[in-house]
Design a protein around this ligand. Structure first.
Ligand code: COA
Length: 200
């Protein structure tokens, strides 16, 4: 009886994970390094990418030759680091006819820790998005985005800093993104954990 309860408890605890694993399109996720704590919705395509801890990736997002930090949330329909079709180097933009087409011509695409990328954004190949940045929904990110910065638009432009410099320094120094959620309270200064003031 006790054993049965134990199994039921375990099944309950891992139900969401098991459901997620069954739903994953495995053939589309090969060749990646994905944390087991990441949540990945359906129809996501990842190639040669690393996905950090506690990351959420919404439906139909793609990440090619990209590195995504911990706690980052990527909404549905986001495209990160697509092919560079090298239109200048050949009469054709098709990789079958143009050997210069490359996934990493401009380098890997880097997304920091605790970054929020709104729905249907496109992040161009080689762009780096700093820790704690926010990319507004529908944006086209053509240039790197500094940490603690909110941008949006086509092309994405500076909107505002997310936190005041003083608060951001403390948040950054805690490196909370390297800890599991239940430990974050221990590494984050109390005043930041309990009340954060935002720069308007
Ligand atoms: C970027 C964002 C976080 C800013 O939120 P906010 O600080 O509350 O911004 P506000 O709603 O006060 O908007 C401020 C101004 O920016 C504009 N704006 C906000 N987000 C925008 C966006 N993504 N693209 C273009 N303009 C935007 C607003 O129209 C407003 O303009 P106005 O001052 O001329 O009226 C938010 O708008 C956003 O894009 N979130 C992503 C939502 C999403 O994709 N959710 C689904 C997945 S989780």
């Amino acid at each position: 009886m006790g054993n049965k309860n134990h199994i039921q408890n375990l099944a309950g605890k891992y139900f969401h994970k098991i459901k997620m694993l069954i739903r994953l399109p495995w053939f589309r996720l090969c060749g990646n390094n994905i944390s087991v704590t990441a949540s990945i919705e359906s129809d996501v395509i990842l190639r040669h990418s690393s996905i950090g801890k506690y990351v959420y990736i919404g439906p139909r997002a793609t990440a090619l030759w990209a590195d995504v930090g911990n706690y980052t949330c990527i909404a549905g329909g986001v495209s990160i680091g697509g092919m560079n079709h090298a239109y200048r180097e050949s009469f054709s933009i098709n990789p079958l006819l143009n050997p210069h087409c490359s996934m990493v011509k401009n380098g890997r695409t880097i997304i920091g820790n605790d970054v929020w990328i709104g729905a249907n954004c496109t992040i161009l190949q080689g762009v780096c998005i700093g820790d704690g940045a926010i990319i507004g929904g529908g944006s086209l990110v053509t240039k790197s985005v500094p940490e603690n910065t909110i941008v949006f638009g086509v092309p994405a432009k500076f909107y505002k800093k997310r936190f005041s410099e003083e608060i951001w320094k403390k948040i950054k120094a805690s490196e909370y993104w390297n800890y599991p959620p239940e430990k974050v309270k221990e590494v984050m200064p109390k005043e930041i954990f309990e009340m954060v003031t935002f720069e308007s």
